[in-house]
Ligand binder design. Structure first.
Ligand code: UFG
Length: 328
């Protein structure tokens, strides 16, 4: 049986494909190549197309024996979602509806979902656990929450079991150095800081110095992309073993401010990274830090690339060797 990975040519998707390959899984990938890179695929059979294209998805499900889906395909930028919410509802929410309908039609009963800390919004408690309130402060998080809720009702009505993985801030790159983060445009903190270290940008803009945090900049919980990838593999195994639907946070449990990230990047790269203070970016909560106790206990997940130095060093290995990303 094969695992279908939607959005498998993207950043977290491609690292998960690499982890599935290590387990000897048969892998089918669907990607509309909006953010995906063919060179990022270390394994699997790629179908280029969109979840919202019903005839295309009939070919994918018709040609393969798929028993589980890992669903990454979505737009995922907080800032963009505040300017173009319609794009997020169409691609993320409607795309998931189309996927679940196909799973129902082809009797595929397991889905692992790429969710986000942005479903919580401004947290009630730090660290956040899975029972905390979900009140997104941006349209992106709202669409991911809607997708989770849709899966809940497809479980109730059609018995499709889901595991939703709410990740905090994915960063770093595969230890082989073969794949890494390449978004266009890039909006994430760590790759932008490293582009500034490479001299590809004149400086890093720090969005807001007036948050209620010790140094005034936002605090995030950075987790290595390969640790995230491992959690997806464990989640597929858990669903195949007959487990019930559930939600897990994936993070390190330690927060770093934007200024701390920049300082650690300076020490890892040995480069001068100029920083410029700018106003807040819309939709950013002040502090997002995970409690991942539940994932550790129930999934048996134990992230192993834990320090921010390690995470940034692996990203630096990729960025310094591929200053233009996947472009030749
Ligand atoms: N930041 C800057 N300057 C930049 C880029 C980012 O100061 O040039 C700041 C942001 O304002 C934020 C922090 O760095 O405070 C991290 O920003 P990212 O854009 O790297 O990540 P986000 O926390 O906004 O979002 C990421 C993913 C989301 C996910 C979220 C969960 O993009 O998909 O983590 O925490 F939902």
């Amino acid at each position: 049986m094969a695992v279908l990975v939607t959005g498998g040519a993207g950043y977290i998707g491609s690292h998960t494909v690499a982890a599935l390959r290590e387990r000897g899984e048969e892998i089918i990938i669907v990607d509309n190549m909006q953010q995906g890179h063919q060179e990022a695929l270390l394994a699997g059979k790629l179908y280029k197309g969109d979840l919202r294209d019903s005839d295309f998805m009939d070919v994918v499900f018709g040609e393969n024996r798929i028993d589980a889906v890992i669903h990454f395909a979505a737009n995922s930028l907080v800032g963009e979602s505040m300017k173009e919410p319609g794009k997020y509802y169409h691609n993320n929410v409607y795309g998931t509806l189309c996927l679940l309908e196909k799973m129902k039609q082809y009797n595929v009963g397991s889905i692992v979902f790429s969710s986000t800390a942005a479903t919580y919004g401004e947290p009630e408690n730090v660290p956040i656990d899975e029972y905390d309130r979900t009140l997104p402060t941006n349209a992106y998080g709202e669409t991911k929450l809607a997708m989770e809720k849709m899966m809940k009702w497809y479980d109730v009505a059609h018995g499709i079991k889901y595991i939703s993985l709410r990740y905090f801030n994915a960063a770093g790159a595969h230890e082989s150095g073969a794949i890494g983060e390449d978004h266009s445009p890039e909006t994430h903190l760590i790759p932008i800081v490293l582009e500034a270290a490479l001299g590809k940008r004149p400086h890093i803009s720090v969005f807001g110095e007036d948050y209620d945090t010790p140094d005034g900049t936002c605090i995030r919980d950075y987790i290595h992309v390969s640790d995230l990838a491992d959690a997806h593999v464990l989640a597929v195994e858990r669903l195949r073993g007959g487990a019930d639907s559930s939600v897990y946070n994936l993070g390190n449990g330690k927060g770093f401010s934007v200024k701390e990230v920049i300082d650690i990047a300076r020490s890892v790269t040995g480069r001068d990274i100029p920083a410029v203070m700018e106003p807040r970016r819309a939709g950013d909560p002040a502090v997002l830090v995970a409690s991942s106790e539940r994932a550790r206990k129930e999934l048996g997940w134990s992230p192993s690339r834990n320090t921010l130095e390690q995470i940034i060093a692996s990203a630096w290995q990729w960025h310094s060797a591929h200053p233009e990303g996947y472009r030749k």
